[in-house]
Design a protein around this ligand. Sequence first.
Ligand code: FES
Ligand code: MG
Length: 571
Amino acid sequence: MVSLRSQEWYAGQDRDGYIHRAWMRRGLPVDAFDGEKPHIAIANTASDLTPCNLHLNEVASSVRDGILEAGGVPLNLPVVSLGETLVRPTAMLWRNMAAMAMEEMFRANPIDGLVLLGGCDKTIPSLLMAAASVDLPAVVVPGGPALTGTFKGRPLGCGTDVWRLSEDVRAGVMSAQEFTDSESAMLRSKGHCNTMGTASTMAVVAEALGMTIPGVAGTPAPDARLLATSHATGKLIIEMVREDRRPSEILTKAAFHNAIVAVAGVGGSTNAVVHLLALAGRLGVDLTLADFDEIGQRIPLLANLQPSGTHLMDDLFRAGGVLAVLAQLKDQLRPEAITVTGKPLVDYLGDRPIYDDDVIKPVTEPVLEDAGIAVLRGNLAPNGAIIKPSAASPELLTHRGPAVVFHSIEDLHARLDDEDLVITPDSIMVLQGCGPRGYPGMPEVGNMPLPQKLLRQGVRDMVRISDARMSGTAYGTVVLHVSPESAAGGPLGLVRDGDLISLDVPNRTLVLEVSDEELAARAAAPADSSTAAPTRGWEKLYVDHVMQADTGADLDFLVGSSGAKVGRESH
Ligand code: FES
Ligand code: MG
């Protein structure tokens, strides 16, 4: 076996070894420090303020049993947790902070391996970014989705139905009372959003990257099998430490290829783009925005799940699970990419039947032929923008129309329902100032609500363009992540009411039909900007160092790895 990193703290009969051991002896077996037992941190994002992850304490307990059974020392390590629905101004502002805090605590402590417990949107990305940066053996347990809740006999999709029902209320086809009544039916059990939103997407991503025990992603949070797999994960991490199997061996370009294929096949969230790019940056893997289009373009949508389709996450699990989807796409996956078990992902894809082909379509009859995230370029997005065609209206994927510009989210809210707003179903809604630097934090506001007067006419989708993200549970013909963002001098900030914009997804272009001369003149004029200008704390550090969406919106000084080595003693 490899010599354990924790022995740098615990070996030796000197004063320092005494201090490290003596304070830790409470409750641990006498031989905990003899160099035979790997010390495993269970990085736990359970928090009362992250309700999607609340049950991870129970998961941690099963992981702990597995670690003990395999001869390791389990150590509970509460880490920064981000509750998507509560955290202001957006959980994305804190993803890099969570990742940085976790990275430093993983490095600073006598730890030989990591079990990463996440669920709600930003928790798995930040855990993966931190683990990749220290490159200690690590394995993810995704907390799993909530069970389907129903309202008046109809299943409710977390997030997706919030958007739908709130537009129904604004359109006058649902009462405010009914809307409120549906609230307590939506989250029926422990677990994260039950749609193929960002949390479900990042669980699939973790599995396709090889960072989970294959087959666990999508296991509903209350399902007994989640705890059995958690126990097995506790045993596995001991084997991984003994064999020195590290993230850098698993998270290769081939693993990222497989993750992009998986996201397309399940109709996953656009947020996977920024998270995968940031993770690749930590590892020095050469992944670009263009890879999402190139790899994803040939991949069909097979999972009929909200927001792209109709079913929910426990339907996916019942129908055969994520591995049944991946088995249909086996020919598109890179066979050399290994998982935490040491075996390739593709080795787990034999004999994976589909039990309900309305939920998982066979590759011969996909929901959609070409489901990859499309990367658009043009003078409106010189460094790229993205759209999720599977969540868009097919007839709007090629569209030309006049811009209606909102300078900020507050401006949008103030004027959206003004009956005098000059806007038609053909207009293109443009939202500025919502990128990483501008908001700050790149919030999920890109799926702008539609004007009430158009909703009343029955309009349910319009082309919308911004430098923001959108919730993984959202849908619509929504162009996102425009880069550079308006607050970084991107042309998005120069768009004015009435400018013609042409969107052509089949040809991957996004063009602002305004001359270069006119744009240069507009850029030279002082802009009235509502961009954030923080002066202290994390927000200040963030706006000074955040990179653009096209490279994952990480901080510039966090690119690359730190490794696990910390040379200096504390005494
Ligand atoms: Fe936590 Fe959706 S809000 S997963
Ligand atoms: Mg979200």
